[in-house]
Design a protein around this ligand. Structure first.
Ligand SMILES: [Zn+2]
Ligand SMILES: [Zn+2]
Length: 222
């Protein structure tokens, strides 16, 4: 087994790698090794070794406990010294804060970051495409113009009609062209497309004239 400062080393386990990833985000696997068990017998993940930091050989668990103890013991004096430091270095702190803000702003506006955000947004949209579509569909139907009443109900009310399949139509808000169906104050619309029946007829008519005109133009040019 390899040694370091006379301490036996063992290869780092998957569990320890996971622990490092979770608890010491800025540190890499290379900053730790498995060494002889510490005097407080902190056994890492039943490996029989202590997980240690390479920079000072301290056991991770001891280091953590020491930090914790130090914090408990010195909470008040630490707060006091912090207060004194802040008072004495007001300008310096202000200056640092400003520098930090500038650095942060530069970072936030950097091209690389913008690119990364765009990429992430794109990926998010791709992942959630179905639910986005579903939601926008729901919103669309929730905000629909109110269906006034069905064509069949209208027929019962005694309004004249000559449509062969009334179940395919409904009466909705007046269309932008003001096509009023049989003086009801509403437009007659297709259930399938929600388009005004009159507008659709007109569109078909203009389409047809366009097409025949186009044909004539081609002939003329020839
Ligand atoms: Zn320890
Ligand atoms: Zn219309």
């Amino acid at each position: 087994m390899p040694k370091r400062h006379g301490v036996e080393l063992a290869p780092i386990s998957e569990e320890a790698k996971e622990w490092i990833a979770l608890s010491c985000r800025k540190q890499a696997e290379d900053d730790f090794y498995f060494g002889a068990i510490c005097k407080r017998e902190h056994n890492f993940g039943l490996s029989g070794f202590s997980l240690r930091r390479r920079d000072n050989d301290s056991c991770v668990e001891c280091f953590r406990l020491a930090g914790h103890r130090f914090y408990i013991e010195n909470r008040e004096s630490h707060a006091e010294s912090q207060r004194k430091y802040k008072e004495a270095n007001r300008e310096l702190i202000k200056q640092r804060k400003k520098e930090y803000e500038i650095r942060n702003r530069d970072f936030l506006q950097s091209e690389e970051r913008q690119k990364r955000i765009k990429q992430q947004q794109k990926e998010w949209h791709e992942r959630n495409r179905d639910s986005i579509l579903q939601k926008s569909r729901e919103r669309y139907w929730a905000n629909r113009e109110p269906v006034v009443y069905t064509y069949i109900e209208l027929a019962d009310s005694g309004v004249e009609h000559d449509l062969k399949k009334p179940e395919l139509y409904f009466l909705g808000k007046l269309c932008p062209q003001g096509h009023d169906f049989q003086s009801t104050g509403y437009s007659l619309k297709y259930k399938s497309s929600h388009r005004c029946v009159e507008c659709t007829k007109e569109n078909k008519r203009t389409d047809r004239t366009d097409r025949s005109n186009r044909g004539r133009d081609v002939n003329k040019n020839n």
